[in-house]
Design a protein around this ligand. Structure first.
Ligand SMILES: [Cu+2]
Length: 127
């Protein structure tokens, strides 16, 4: 290849790469990647949290003490876990459920250790 051809080839692959990245960031998945899920409004009373599309739904939930929160895997077999900052965590699984009962008020952050952007929060208030 001549030099101009090489330059054109490099420029072409650069443009293609930028287009792919921009396409990703503008997609719904990229939108989720860019935002902190814990900035979402809390859904009051949500005691079931669904794992789908690399996302906890809802990412922020507010419940009262004594509530058992159930996490439900529904991501076509994609493997995730629920790991709380204060210790408890589920197994790394592709289907099934995980439950945790909250006896103390507080803010409980959790994440999926396989997908660091996949974050969630449970706010526990006194009844
Ligand atoms: Cu995950």
């Amino acid at each position: 290849m001549t030099r101009p051809r090489i330059r054109r080839a490099i420029a072409g692959s650069l443009v293609a790469s930028i287009a792919v990245i921009a396409g990703f960031l503008l997609s719904p998945w990229g939108d989720r990647f860019l935002q902190d899920p814990r900035n979402q409004d809390a859904v009051v009373g949500a005691s079931t949290i669904v794992l789908a599309d690399n996302w906890f739904d809802p990412p922020v939930s507010q419940v009262t003490t004594g509530t058992t929160v159930t996490f439900v895997w529904d991501d076509n077999g994609a493997v995730h876990d629920v790991a709380f900052d204060d210790g408890p965590s589920s197994a790394v699984i592709g289907e099934g459920t995980y439950t945790r009962t909250f006896t103390e008020p507080g803010t409980y952050d959790y994440t999926c250790t396989l997908h660091p952007f996949m974050d969630g929060r449970i706010v526990v208030t006194a009844p």
